[in-house]
Design a protein around this ligand. Structure first.
Ligand code: FES
Ligand code: FE2
Length: 338
C-alpha cells in the first residue's frame, strides 16, 4: 500500500553532480538531477549485470553504469550501449519511478500515486521563510513518530526539561476528520524556559501555543503553532519508511519572522533539542504498530485518539487499495478469458 504514496527523501540541495542512493520501502533506488536540474529516480540495479548504478556517474543528464558504461535517461531508457554500434530494436530499460521536486525536496512514488503530494499553502505566502531542519535516519517506525507528533500526554514527561509543563493531564485536541487525515486543534499551556525564549522572541516564563495540526495519510503533517506575540512556526514533517525498522525523518519549518530576528541556526537548535528528547524514547518502541484493533496488544488512553485515528485511516486506505487491486485483477482475468 505504501508504494502508492509519495515519499519525501531529502532536500534537493543534497543532489550534487553525482548519483545518490536511497533505500525506500526496502527497495534500493538511485536519484540524480538531469541537465535541467529535475530529479529522477530509478532502480539501483543495472539491467545488464545488476551493478549498482549509484556507483556510476552522470553525463549529459543521464546516469552511467560504472561496470560497462551503459547510459540511462531519467525515464529509465537505455540511451547508449558503448559496446554496440547499432541501436537495439527493443530498447533496454531500468525500472523508473515517479519523481518530483516539491518544497525544495525530492519526492518519489514507487507505484501509481493514490494521492497527490499534500498542498502546504503557507509555502507560497511571501511573509513566511523556509528553514530546513533535518533529513536524518531514525531506527523507528514512521507511524510511531507521527503518532508522537499528535500525542499531547508526552509533553510533561519527554519534554519535562524543555517546554513541557508539570500537569500530566493534557489539553485534548478538537479533531476534525477528513478523507485523507484529520485536523487537530488545541491550546496547550507550555513552559518557556530561558534557553528557548530567543527562538520565539518572548520573555514570559510560560505561554500558550495555539496549535493546528493537519495529518495526512500515511506519514505527513503540517502543524501550525501560533504564539500570543503573532509568531507562527509551522512544522512540516515528512516521514519516509526506509524499511520495516527505519525511517528518514525530514523536517522544515515555515516562519513569519526574519533571519535578523531569529537566525536559522537558532530555529534549528530549538527544534533539535526537542526532537532529540523524542528520538531517545521513540527508538525504544516496537517497530510494528498494530493497525487492526482486534490484533492490538497495546493499552490506550484518551490522548491516544489522534494516533488511533491514523491507524484507522491507514487501514481504510489499505482496504480500499486492496479492493481496487482485487477488482483490477478480476477484470484482467475476465478480459483474458474473453
Ligand atoms: S552491469 Fe551495468 S553496464 Fe554492465
Ligand atoms: Fe515530542
Amino acid at each position: 500500500m505504501l508504494r502508492r504514496f509519495w515519499h519525501c527523501l531529502f532536500p534537493m540541495s543534497d543532489l550534487g553532480d553525482t548519483p545518490r542512493p536511497f533505500r525506500l520501502l526496502g527497495e534500493n533506488i538511485v536519484v540524480w538531477k538531469d541537465a535541467e536540474g529535475a530529479p529522477h529516480a530509478v532502480q539501483d540495479r543495472c539491467p545488464h549485470k545488476t551493478a549498482k548504478l549509484s556507483l556510476g556517474y552522470l553525463q549529459n543528464g543521464d546516469i552511467i553504469c560504472p561496470y560497462h558504461g551503459w547510459a540511462f535517461d531519467g525515464d529509465g531508457l537505455c540511451t547508449l550501449i558503448p559496446q554496440e554500434l547499432a541501436p537495439r530494436e527493443r530498447r533496454v530499460h531500468v525500472r523508473a519511478y515517479h519523481c518530483a521536486e516539491r518544497y525544495g525536496q525530492v519526492w518519489v512514488c514507487l507505484d501509481e500515486p493514490a494521492l497527490d503530494i499534500p498542498e502546504v499553502e503557507p509555502f507560497n505566502d511571501p511573509s513566511f521563510r523556509q528553514v530546513f531542519e533535518f533529513s536524518e535516519d531514525w531506527a523507528c517506525s514512521p507511524l510511531r513518530i507521527m503518532e508522537n507528533e499528535f500525542d499531547a500526554a508526552h509533553l510533561s514527561f519527554v519534554h519535562a526539561t524543555s517546554f513541557g509543563n508539570t500537569d500530566p493531564i493534557p489539553a485534548l485536541p478538537a479533531i476534525e476528520v477528513l478523507d485523507d487525515g484529520f485536523i487537530a486543534r488545541s491550546q496547550p499551556a507550555v513552559r518557556n524556559p530561558e534557553s528557548m525564549r530567543s527562538a520565539i522572541h518572548m520573555t514570559s516564563a510560560t505561554t500558550v501555543r495555539t496549535t493546528t495540526g493537519r495529518y495526512y495519510v500515511p506519514f505527513f503533517r503540517v502543524t501550525e503553532i501560533a504564539y500570543p506575540n503573532g509568531l507562527k512556526n509551522i512544522l512540516v514533517t515528512a516521514l519516509t519508511p526506509i524499511d520495516d525498522r527505519n525511517t528518514r525523518f525530514n523536517q522544515f519549518v515555515l516562519r513569519n519572522d526574519t533571519e535578523e530576528q531569529v537566525s536559522t541556526a537558532q530555529v534549528i537548535a530549538f527544534d533539535r533539542k526537542v526532537t532529540l528528547e523524542d528520538k531517545l524514547i521513540l527508538e525504544s518502541t516496537d517497530p510494528d504498530v498494530p493497525l487492526d484493533a482486534s490484533e492490538d496488544d497495546e493499552e490506550h488512553m484518551a490522548s491516544d485518539r489522534p494516533g488511533l485515528l491514523m491507524r484507522k485511516k491507514i487501514r481504510a486506505f489499505c482496504d480500499e487499495l486492496r479492493k481496487a487491486g482485487d477488482l483490477g485483477a478480476l477484470l484482467e482475468v475476465r478480459l483474458a478469458g474473453e
